[in-house]
Each structure stands twice: as C-alpha cells, then as structure tokens.
Design a protein around this ligand. Sequence first.
Ligand code: PGA
Length: 240
Amino acid sequence: MPLQPPKPKTIIANWKMYLGVKESIILARQTSKIKTINEIVLCPSFVVLPLVKKELGKKIKLGAQNVAFRDGGALTGEVSAGMLNELGCKYVIIGHSERRSFLNESDVMIREKLKLAVAQKIIPIFCVGETAEARKIGETVKVIKNQLAVLNNLSFDKLVIAYEPVWAIGTGRVPTLEEISDVHGFIRTEAGKSSKNLQIIYGGSVDENNIKKILIIPGVDGVLVGGASTKINFWKKLNP
Ligand code: PGA
C-alpha cells in the first residue's frame, strides 16, 4: 500500500496578553518563515491585529481572541465581528475559560458571539472544558455536554471546538492521551451535527515537547497553544 502523507493539523496560537506590540510584530514575522504542512492561525491581541496581519504571508491565518456579543452600537471597549472581518480575521476564539471565569461570560453571550461570527463568515474556535473540581467528582462529560448545548439549532460551514480542561491551562499538566481521545470522541458525537466541517482540537499546556504526541492522538485535529506559542523555539520545532 502506498504511504499516506501525514494529514495537516490546525495549530492555533492564543497569545493572550503575553506580548507587547513590538514583540507581537517580531514574533509574527518570525513565525511567517516557519515551514510546516500544518495550518497555522495566530490570535494576537486586538490592538495588534492589523500590524500582525501585515507580517503574515498567505499561508498563516489571522484570528482574534474575542468578539463582542452585539454587532455594533453602544458597547464601550468591545470589538464587533464586522470589524474583525474588515481586519482580515478568519477565526475567533469564543468562550475561553479565562473569559468565562474572570469576566463572567455567560452561555447566552457565547451563543450570541457564535452567531455574530458566523454572520461575518469568521470561523469560531469554541472553547469547552471542565474544572479540576468537576473532574474530581466525575462530571467532565456532564460539564462539556452543558457547554455544548449553546450550539443547539445553530449550524456552521466550519467550526473548531477546542477541548481545554481548565486545570490544564498554563499549569504544565496535560490529561493522558486516552483521556483526550475519549473527550474528543464524546464532543464529536455530541456536536457532530453542528457542522459538516467540524475540527476538534486540544488545548492546555501544549508545548514543543508534547505537541507531536498530542497531534497523533486519534480524533485530534489540532491544538490551541497559549504560553508556548509566544516563544519562537516552539515554532522552530514544527519545521520538518
Ligand atoms: P496554555 O493555554 O497553552 O498556556 O496552557 C492554552 C489556552 O488557554 O488556550
């Protein structure tokens, strides 16, 4: 049998609030030189979106870390899906656990954000994941099922769901490969009908040492990477 070429995966960088303006531009420039078969998406801070966009070739896509839950008008400090579209964003992170916990982002808001992103043809990177407490009492699947309920009766040309256990984010702790595979399987069963093109990716303490092992887990279509993606060494390791 002829050897199948490896399937490209999606590697999404969530730079959070780690990098300054100049640092973001420099890292975007360096990242744009990385050679990989994988699809790369950079999600820098709002304030550097146009500057980072200038540094990216055609291959790397631009994403935002958040979007407003209304399409415009009186909403001080927010950024609409329409603005993100104008700036060339192809993706947007929605429902990240940091926003759910620190900023009280509710399921109602998250659903509005998903709808507004779709209306602007921006692909949502919808984040779900259990806390350490929920996991301890065996409620991982229950929590994720509830979070996925915001997708009910919505349909997406393309949707990315990021499984990000809250306890794994920024902690250096990662679930076992079997656990990741099981949760991804559950998400596919539960949310599969939302989109013909559904990608399920893993996030939480992915770095240059564990990324390859994670990307080959059955059912894992890519990764969402925070801290590690702010260092050029991480990207250099992706070079074949
Ligand atoms: P981390 O963050 O890679 O720093 O754990 C991931 C995320 O929050 O998206």
